[in-house]
Design a protein around this ligand. Structure first.
Ligand code: AMP
Ligand code: GLY
Length: 423
């Protein structure tokens, strides 16, 4: 079948790499893609939220499956758009409908969902411009540090963790009254701070059945030792060494099953990935957040460990037969290190020539912000390339990624040299 992947990051290159390995994949398209996806697919310069242009691409090329990478098109209702179009009825869309995408699009919606289905999460209350005073009173009932979350999508910047109560109250004003994050902070969730170590688990559900994919841990801060500004993610490791069988069972029983069952009980159809951000507190899992897609760079370590044919898995997802898939996972660890443009996540330059990727033999190279210009590969974003390696032990895998990165070059390139330091 002909398949379209929507997006242009390392996550989408990994999807394309994995889908292209399937005998069931005929023509593969990526919109808009990057220099990496161009190696195994046809890049088409269409924005992920331009549904009309995507529809035309699908119809013109007899595309039967659409795999949605990023959250924006999901939150804007790409699945609903395809479902509503007569001519697109037979196209399988991997990614949930708009209603379910609210699990990521609204923190309050996600918290209410968890409360309704008894899924462990931090205690919380939400506030608007009209209830700022109550919000400040609620802050006084909590211990420091204070966690303030903009309800809506704020490009990963909408969560503030503040140790001083007066500053927390000020920020609440900034968010609610002065619209610090625009519309996204017209509602703010204030929650109890949970002290623990974070990990993520990934589930693919067809709405009825689900597959639990490998766990991963990502490194969000730009600086070594988890310091400095937040980024999209500077590296990742799978599996998470501290998520042993007993802990995984708790995640399955207390989080994954109630989540999938909760979606069914609430009549929320769901065909796609659920990325569950967790925190381990005293050996118990709590949900920090839901995302309705795969993570980036988590995908770059999770998918390389899945041995199954990904097209078969997605077909089963679309036909609600995921229960028939026997998931096979590579026992080895996979690690990825993200190479970024100097200056990221603040201002950085684009258009630098990247050399050396073809010399990397012991790792997988997944492109993120890159583009082709004649026969050159140029940087085209903050996160540029993810270098993924396997080994029996994650520390050896990390070493391989660093050895491979030694062969890469572009002006002002930067990467963290301590991925996995805390494990
Ligand atoms: P989120 O966007 O909800 O994932 O939050 C961003 C980051 O803030 C998370 O990855 C955590 O590191 C941190 N965080 C969010 N909520 C809490 C909480 N209740 N307690 C402690 N840390 C939190
Ligand atoms: N790496 C975090 C995310 O994809 O949201």
């Amino acid at each position: 079948m002909n398949i379209l992947v929507i997006g242009s990051g390392g996550r989408e290159h990994t999807f394309a790499w994995k889908l292209a390995q399937s005998a069931k994949c005929d023509q593969l398209f990526v919109a808009p893609g990057n220099a990496g996806t161009a190696q195994m697919a046809t890049n088409v310069d269409i924005k992920p939220t331009d549904f009309e242009a995507l529809k035309k691409l699908v119809l013109d090329n007899n595309i039967q499956m659409v795999v949605v990478g990023p959250e924006d098109p999901l939150v804007q209702g790409i699945h609903d758009f395809f479902k509503a179009e007569e001519s697109l009825q037979k196209v399988a869309v991997i990614g949930p409908e708009k209603m379910a995408a609210e699990l990521e699009g609204s923190k309050e919606f996600a918290k209410e969902f968890m409360k309704r289905h008894n899924i462990p999460t931090a205690a919380y209350q939400s506030f608007t411009k009209d209830t700022v005073a109550e919000g400040k009173k609620f802050l006084e009932t909590l211990d420091a540090p204070y966690v303030l979350k903009a309800d809506g999508l704020a490009a990963g910047k909408g969560v503030l963790i503040i140790s001083d109560i007066e500053e927390a109250k000020n920020e609440l004003d900034n968010m609610l009254v002065d619209a610090k994050f625009g519309d996204a902070s017209s509602k703010v969730v204030i929650e109890e701070f949970l002290d623990g170590i974070e990990l993520s688990c990934f589930v693919l559900t067809d709405g009825k059945n689900y597959l639990t994919l490998p766990t991963a841990k990502d490194y969000k801060r730009i600086g070594e030792g988890d310091t400095g500004l937040n980024t999209g993610g500077m590296g990742a490791i799978s599996p998470v060494p501290f998520a042993d069988a007993e802990f995984m069972q708790k995640i399955e029983d207390r989080v994954i099953k109630p989540t999938v069952n909760g979606l069914q009980k609430d009549n929320i159809p769901y065909q796609g990935f659920v990325f569950i951000g967790l925190i381990k507190v005293n050996n118990d899992p709590y949900v920090i957040e839901y995302n309705v897609r795969m993570g980036d760079p988590e995908t770059e370590v999770v998918l390389p460990r899945v041995k199954n044919d990904l097209v078969e898995i997605f077909e089963a997802c679309a036909t609600q037969t995921l229960n028939e898939i026997d998931l096979q996972i590579d026992e080895r660890a996979a690690t990825t290190v993200m190479v970024v443009s100097g200056g990221y996540p603040e201002a950085y330059e684009k258009g630098k020539e990247i050399t050396g990727t073809e010399d990397i033999k012991d790792s997988l190279v997944f492109h993120a912000g890159t583009k082709l210009s004649d026969d050159k590969v140029l940087t085209n974003g903050g996160r540029v390339i993810a270098v993924t390696s396997y080994d029996d032990h994650f520390k050896e895998a990390i070493k391989k990624s660093y050895q491979s990165i030694d062969k890469l070059h572009f002006d002002k390139m930067y990467f963290r040299k301590d991925i996995g330091f805390d494990l």
